[in-house]
Design a protein around this ligand. Sequence first.
Ligand code: BDR
Ligand code: CA
Length: 315
Amino acid sequence: MPHRPRKIIIDTDPGQDDAFAILLALASPEDVEVLGITAVAGNVPLKWTSRNARIICELAGKPHVKVFAGCDAPLKRKLVTAEHVHGKTGLDGPVMPEPKMALQAGHAVDFIIDTLRSEPAGTVTLCPLGPLTNIATAFQRAPDIIPRIEQIVLMGGGYFEGGNITPVAEFNIYVDPEAADIVFRAGVPLVVMPLDVTHKAMTNRKRLEAFRNLGTNVGRVAAEWADFFERFDLAKYGMEGAPLHDPCVIAYLIKPELFTGRHINVEIEVQSELTMGMTVADWWGVTDRAANALFMGSIDTEGFFALLTERLGRL
Ligand code: BDR
Ligand code: CA
């Protein structure tokens, strides 16, 4: 059994669904201790993601959480963003106050490196919720930290579900495939929450009502974020609600039994323009490539929303 609370760094590009993940973590101190939040460019540019992370901490009533700004562009490519999903700020929907808390001095990558060097080996888990640029940069600059990581639990990729930014690529992996390739090859115990799972973590009227019925500011804002976020999926997939991708990562740390998957080989396409950023997942074990990831396939959706609602109700 992993020690409790598990020490985590949340690496993120908020994003309404990232916001749910951060709120879930900050509401669950008996399960996870958030050592810091590192922002990366992804859904929107870094200027917004580093601001949004602080808005979310303040909404949670946790202005003392350390938030760092990280990489503003992928390792080798021009940044691709997703304003069409998340709005101009990345956190469109309810009007939120500008954050009062300051960004920490120093770069997110240095924070990741320093934390992994200073904490006992095997006690820090990384939770990437956006493109893997910060994590891969840390690995390139300080390979000594790699064996010190307890686990990486990330949102990214898709197999049965295909992609959401190209027919075969999921956004987080597509934006920085070279970074994803570095992370997937690093030899760190990896848990992956692909679209196969997160497209089952869908809001609906009843689930949004449950957020609203909390009767709190957090419950109202959460419902309004999900409302905003669902326009895209409604138009694109005809889905009834919004997929809450990123909180699946934190839910796994709290209640791993909500998810099932397979320990398989997953490699990242970095050559072909047609399939760039695809997570080539050997779900059926048709190669002899060594397993490097626990690739999730299903989720107890009711259990997930019950957990999320209960925890949001604490804030
Ligand atoms: C992922 O991309 C972002 O738009 C979401 O925040 C999530 O991390 C889903 O493909
Ligand atoms: Ca995200």
